[in-house]
Design a protein around this ligand. Structure first.
Ligand code: UDP
Length: 240
């Protein structure tokens, strides 16, 4: 597998072409951004941890029967993935109220609703990633109603698999963001990373935040928190 030209550079990752037109290399960078790019920093070794954590979570989802873009971890910073065209919708799953949902609806952070909430946001930095509904997503030409039905069903299965996994390592999966992509064959599969940058993860015993809120809210010990998630998942993976 030969790495070719840089196809895309985002806030936390680079994507490279390979000599196989159906495969790309995703490189995890050490940069972090928050509040629509207003806050930026380099956090040494974050990319290594996110690459490792994302690979473990994707292997778990694949084993649970979810179709994803992940093929294999290549080295400390890189993973090999199937090439997809990303659907510009952020699918946000909330098991516990936090972040923008708490702010927008005047709810207390930490409230556990009786239902699981799925938000859709239109991925457009220039518009501040606005919250949209199904009708907006279809009107924008991003997906059909039928595709949305599949996306919701898969998203709920992913939430169940990840909630159970984190539960076993003493972590509450508060919320997370996922993205889907279209393959050249037209199928829709899970893509992008799954890491403490894209999930809220609270220690079940202490309530300590082990995710990007440590960066957003200046809580310190960011790498220690990401390292803790990595260690716990690794220990569990080694048991199998
Ligand atoms: N999230 C993300 N990227 C985004 C927006 C949100 O990964 O562009 C994740 C975030 O880390 C959290 C969840 O989605 O786990 C819900 O985020 P929220 O809508 O509360 O927004 P935030 O507080 O992150 O701005």
């Amino acid at each position: 597998m030969k790495q070719l030209e840089l196809l895309y550079e985002g806030k936390a990752k680079q994507v490279y072409a390979t000599d196989d037109s159906e495969r790309i290399i995703v490189r995890f960078k050490d940069t972090a951004t928050a509040y629509n790019n207003l806050k930026k920093a380099v956090i040494a070794n974050k990319g290594l941890l996110n690459n490792d954590i994302s690979a473990m979570l994707y292997r778990h989802l694949e084993a649970a029967g979810i179709c994803t873009h992940f093929i294999e971890k290549l080295n400390e910073r890189d993973q090999l993935c199937r090439r997809v065209s990303i659907i510009p919708i952020e699918v946000i799953v909330r098991n516990i109220v936090a972040g923008t949902m708490a702010q927008r609806l005047g709810m207390e952070e930490g409230t556990r609703p009786s239902n699981t909430i799925i938000d859709l946001c239109y991925k457009r930095d220039d518009l501040g990633d606005p919250l949209i509904n199904d009708d907006h997503a279809v009107a924008l030409g991003l997906v059909t109603y039928g595709e949305l039905k599949g996306i919701y069903a898969t998203t709920r299965r992913i939430n169940e698999a990840l909630t159970a996994l984190f539960d076993r390592v003493g972590i509450t999966l508060v919320d997370f963001k996922i993205e889907y992509g279209r393959t050249s064959g037209g199928g829709i599969i899970l893509a992008d990373e799954l890491s403490p940058d894209t999930c809220r993860l609270w220690d079940k015993q202490t309530g300590e935040k082990l995710d990007k809120d440590r960066f957003r809210r200046d809580l310190g010990k960011i790498i220690e928190a990401y390292g803790e998630i990595d260690r716990r998942l690794k220990r569990l993976e080694e048991e199998f």
